[in-house]
Design a protein around this ligand. Structure first.
Ligand code: G1P
Length: 273
């Protein structure tokens, strides 16, 4: 519900918060598309209509931009509508990430699929979800993105424990959702990009809600791990979590500094300030 972003997110979903020049959710969709994914389900809920509108055509706006000869802006909004086949499924209540994934089961059927969080931006030469898809093809099993996390942050993440199979791949033996740092089984945190086998749906069905009544995907993965191998993957690239107001401000500054269009000007203005 975006409570960490109020009043910013009183009427707009947090997935629509701007980062540099587009909303967070557009980065997520663009990453999927650049990894070759053509069919995307966005699990939304009440109050999140703006996400659907963002990816939909906007005839009035297009007409005005056309009349004014504003080709660049026109191209930028037309491109958004043709990125991929987008479908929307509403989660009836915020009952956790596992439940959100479960909402898409009829659409997905009996295939492996990727899960990407709407508040996480990955910047990498090879899209992070594409790195996981390659690992999934090789291993024939579920693969989840992980990175090393500082101790004081362990309680914000799902943490895995496992055995390094090679430099990047960890065979997972244990998963714990948001442990106390003293109880964390390692420093490898789940970053929010997953490629999962369809057996996860049966595991989600068998997962009990946590203390807050939410079905955690991490808990379902623990059950899946009893039937199939699961791997963690130390991906190449940088992951930005848009988890609270400060992180969101910081990611804006960092990515604006990196942008070809605005980076130089911001660097100069910041040093003047
Ligand atoms: C979710 C997952 C958690 C993961 C995190 C990454 O938690 O449940 O395992 O580490 O995303 O951002 P959330 O941040 O949605 O509470």
């Amino acid at each position: 519900m975006g409570t960490r972003f109020l009043p910013l997110t009183k009427v707009q979903p947090k997935e629509m918060l701007p980062v540099v020049d587009k909303p967070v959710i557009q980065y997520v969709v663009e990453e999927a598309v650049s990894a070759g994914i053509e069919d995307i389900v966005i699990v939304t809920g009440r109050e999140k209509r703006a996400i659907e509108d963002h990816f939909d055509a906007s005839p009035e706006l297009e007409r005005i931009l056309e009349d004014r000869g504003n080709g660049d802006a026109l191209e930028s909004i037309r491109r958004i509508t043709s990125l991929a086949h987008l479908h929307y499924i509403r989660q009836k209540a915020p009952r956790g990430l596992g439940d959100a994934v479960y909402c898409a089961r009829h659409h997905i059927g009996n295939e492996s699929f990727a899960v990407m969080l709407g508040d996480t931006i990955n910047i990498a030469d090879v899209p992070v979800v594409g790195q996981l898809m390659n690992a999934h093809r090789k291993l024939g099993a579920s693969v989840i993105a992980v990175e090393r996390v500082p101790r004081h942050k362990l309680r914000d993440y799902g943490i895995i424990k496992g055995r390094l199979k090679d430099r990047k791949t960890v065979e997972i033996q244990k998963l714990v959702e948001k442990p106390e740092p003293s109880k964390a089984p390692s420093d490898m945190g789940i970053t929010g990009t997953y490629v999962l086998t369809p057996a996860i749906f049966d595991a989600i069905e068998r997962t009990d809600p946590d203390a807050n009544g939410e079905i955690q995907l991490t808990d379902a993965l623990t059950l899946l791990g009893k039937k199939e191998k699961i791997y963690g993957y130390l991906f190449d690239g940088t992951r930005y979590d848009i988890g609270d107001m400060f992180l969101w401000m910081k990611v804006n500054i960092e990515l604006t500094l990196k942008s070809r269009k605005y980076g130089g000007r911001l660097r100069k203005d910041l040093s003047d300030m």
